[in-house]
Design a protein around this ligand. Structure first.
Ligand code: ADP
Ligand code: MG
Ligand code: MG
Length: 727
């Protein structure tokens, strides 16, 4: 999460009374920002990850592990460096929901050079070491998705007890004390209280217990009539989980909309691959992922909105929580796959359309704005809609969806960005770096090979549920778009386009761009390795504007910013890709059920596989040896995990519990089992223990990750007209 604004939160009653005020001004602000920024062009590829961490405290004598409520104190120290040298730090640290959580990002985003992929893991290691230096000997910073005994008795240090009867408690949870909510900023407790108040009752998160031979039913705290349910009753059970997110900048709004759409169907796929949270409140459950938990944990919908009672006070029934999978595509080629009803206020939609926003974007924003504000600060009530965007951001940032479409912030050099949000946090820096680099590479291949993953939203929703099932990565099948063109055909087409472009542009070299080809002409984001089109104007932030966006004149005064997508002119009915027209597939055959293995590693005549596509793309790129080696390790890891040769973190955790000598086949993850599991995780993340089932043999000696781009490579890049990496 970005920087939090300071101020005093209003009471729920005051906030509720201002719901329409926030909505009205938020919409005005969006219309204004859109017109200021819709024609913004030529932003280079920048990208960065966010990793959330949990601070764990081990009591080695008692063999107990707890979450350490240390975030506020640690952040004060971590932020000192940033305050002293905001541009020079290698990492940035921000608060998260839990008083035991922190979020770390690179000090500045990575850029468009291949060598940047080699920096991610080293930066993640640096972050871990930086925090570790501030910890006591018995504490540890861990990138685990969920603390297995979160909400179980005495799970915090210092110990804190829930106060369900106390009217002043924010959560009023039976299990999750307010002390476990980050105390350093009022946002978190305010959200907790307001979501509960808006809903009219505590949130209710239900997970089926994993039934073992001795599992005692009803599970402690199970709701009446649902004996096999592990019930969780507080925002902290979801927002207190960690995840791995990444954001990247597109060259313009058109490309951002396209990438938003293309990545949306990959969210459930990546969720299944990264599944890492099978244990809740000390019980093994049937779920491998946090997603439904976090979704229910902030479900502020009233009974009317959830359809339990007829509408009276509220305007709509709402199908999903404000934390959920996206409901609509934003690009013209995505439009026909918007097959679930999209709820919005007609008047809000009309204001957006009257304000010059096209249908798809107006629908998206109007849909976000069916939500009321659940956190408002007195200082922020009155704003200048021509300059400020806080009311827009208020609603935007509390719609926590699988993808986020991020407009440029006011008065900044930042462009249109897209955030990819489904992934679960993995134990090691290696895994987290592999996943981040994989997704960023995928965005390049999507653009370069004009891949089309568009799948009806209803099927993506179905995949989201499938992804969370126990061992979905090895056992389940997912709706996926057929694409029979081979990697060779795609590579050849991209190359032909690149060559045509090179002829058109004398100074372009065939291997020039990270986009690898003709597609660059379309999307222009990129990223030249040898620096075509680099703007040397700004030495601080080398700007790789990839001439292509100038070449085909993106945006050309089209007010919607959507029709200039090069592919729209190729006559194909579905826009981005000619898959559809190149094959004889009937529409009803277009979407097939594939396993994770088939999606990542390919299925003949159906889909070439995400990993082979990336490999093919990389062949057209100039990559230094170390970066190549590192990327190769990441790809091997991902292909093996997808193939089931390596298991997901969730499956591994289950095995650790089931094989623990103290496990009583009763689904219970006792304090001792929890302690041993976390100790094992600590050894893995510190690379003291190799876990072949999870990571293969000796993974950690293999990447050549570095925390800077080597001078020789910088020189080479400079000689080619490229940029110099700042240290
Ligand atoms: P959030 O919206 O989740 O609060 P942040 O603003 O904290 O996101 O940043 C998320 C990530 O975006 C970080 O990894 C950061 O390095 C990266 N980032 C920062 N600036 C840019 C940019 N111009 N383009 C792409 N990513 C960026
Ligand atoms: Mg975060
Ligand atoms: Mg984020």
């Amino acid at each position: 999460m970005g920087l939090l604004s300071e101020g005093s939160p209003l009471s729920w009653e005051e906030t509720e009374a201002l719901a329409n005020h926030v909505r009205e001004h938020g919409i005005n602000q969006f219309i204004n920002l859109y017109h200021r920024l819709k024609d913004r062009q030529g932003d280079i590829l920048k990208w960065g990850d966010e990793v959330e961490y949990i601070i764990v405290k081990f009591d080695d004598e008692q063999q107990v592990a707890r979450v350490a409520l240390r975030a506020q104190d640690l952040l004060a120290q971590l932020n000192e460096k940033e305050l002293a040298d905001p541009k020079g730090v290698k990492s940035l640290w921000r608060p998260e929901y839990g008083a035991y959580m922190i979020e770390g990002t690179p000090g500045k985003p990575f850029g468009g050079l291949m060598a940047h992929f080699n920096l991610v893991e080293a930066n993640m290691r640096y972050r871990r070491e930086e925090v570790t230096e501030l910890l006591a000997k018995d504490e540890c910073v861990m990138s685990i998705t969920n603390f297995p005994r979160l909400g179980a008795r005495n799970f915090t240090w210092p110990l804190a007890q829930p106060r369900p009867e106390d009217p002043l408690s924010s959560a009023r949870s039976l299990y999750f004390p307010d002390e476990a909510i980050f105390p350093g900023h009022p946002r978190f407790k305010t959200l907790t209280r307001n979501i509960r108040k808006r809903r009219g009752e505590k949130v209710s998160i239900k997970l089926k217990v994993f039934k073992d031979v001795n599992t005692k039913l009803p599970v402690e705290g199970a709701p009446p009539g649902e004996p096999d349910v592990v019930l969780l009753d507080a925002m902290g059970f979801g927002m207190g989980c960690c995840c791995l997110q990444l954001t990247f900048q597109a060259c313009n709004i058109t490309e951002a909309r396209r990438l938003y759409d293309q990545l949306a169907p990959l969210c459930p796929i990546m969720l299944a691959l990264t599944a890492a949270s099978p244990i809740y409140r000390g019980y093994l459950t049937e779920s491998d992922c946090r997603w439904n938990v976090i979704s229910s944990s902030v479900d502020c919908r009233t009974e009317e909105e959830r359809g339990l009672v007829p509408l009276n006070k509220q305007k709509f029934r709402i199908a999903k929580s404000r934390y959920d999978s996206i409901d609509s595509y934003l690009s013209p080629e995505g439009a026909k796959y918007n097959d679930v009803p999209i709820t919005y206020d007609e008047a809000v939609y009309q204001r957006l359309v009257d304000g010059g926003i096209d249908h798809l974007l107006a629908q998206h924003v109007a849909h976000l704005f069916i939500r009321d504000t659940v956190s408002l600060f007195s200082e922020k009530v009155h704003q200048n809609d021509n300059e400020d965007t806080d009311h827009f951001e208020n609603i935007q940032s509390t719609n926590w969806q699988t993808m986020r479409f991020k407009p440029p912030p006011p008065n900044s050099s930042i462009g249109w960005r897209v955030e990819f949000r489904p992934c679960e946090a993995q134990i090691s820096d290696f895994e987290n770096a592999a996943i981040v680099c994989f997704v960023v590479l995928l965005t390049r291949v999507i653009l370069s090979y004009q891949l089309n993953f568009l799948t009806p939203i209803s099927k993506v929703d179905e995949n989201m549920q499938t992804a969370q099932k126990r061992d979905a990565c090895r056992k389940e099948k997912f709706w996926f778009r057929k694409s029979s063109k081979t990697t060779e055909q795609r590579a050849a087409k991209a190359k032909a386009q690149a060559q045509a472009q090179a002829q058109a542009h004398a100074q372009t070299n065939g291997k020039a761009t990270l986009n690898g080809g003709g597609v660059a002409a379309e999307n222009g984001n990129g990223l030249s390795v040898n620096g075509n089109g680099i703007d040397h104007g700004d030495k601080e932030e080398p700007k790789l504007t990839n001439g292509s966006s100038k070449m085909n004149g993106h945006g050309h005064g089209d007010t919607n910013g959507i029709t200039t997508n090069g592919s729209a002119s190729n006559g194909s009915s579905n826009g981005t890709d000619s898959d559809h027209t190149d094959t004889d597939d009937e529409e009803n055959e277009l979407f097939q059920l594939l396993s994770i293995n088939e999606i990542f590693n390919g299925k003949p005549n159906v889909f070439p596989g995400l990993v082979p596509l990336i490999r093919s793309y990389l062949q057209s790129m100039e990559v230094d040896t170390d970066t190549h080696c590192t990327i190769e390790q990441y790809l091997r890891f991902i292909e093996k995990r997808a193939a089931g040769e390596l298991i997901t973190t969730a499956t591994w955790m289950r095995e650790q519990v089931l094989n623990h000598p103290d496990y009583k086949q009763d689904s219970v993850v006792s304090e001792r089992i929890n302690y041993d599991l976390l100790k094992r995780i600590q050894a893995i993340q510190e690379r003291k223990h190799v876990e072949p089932a999870l990571l293969g043999q000796g993974y950690h000696s293999k990447t050549k990750t570095k925390d800077f781009i080597p001078p020789a490579l910088q020189k080479q890049l400079a000689k080619n007209g490229g940029c110099c990496e700042e240290k």
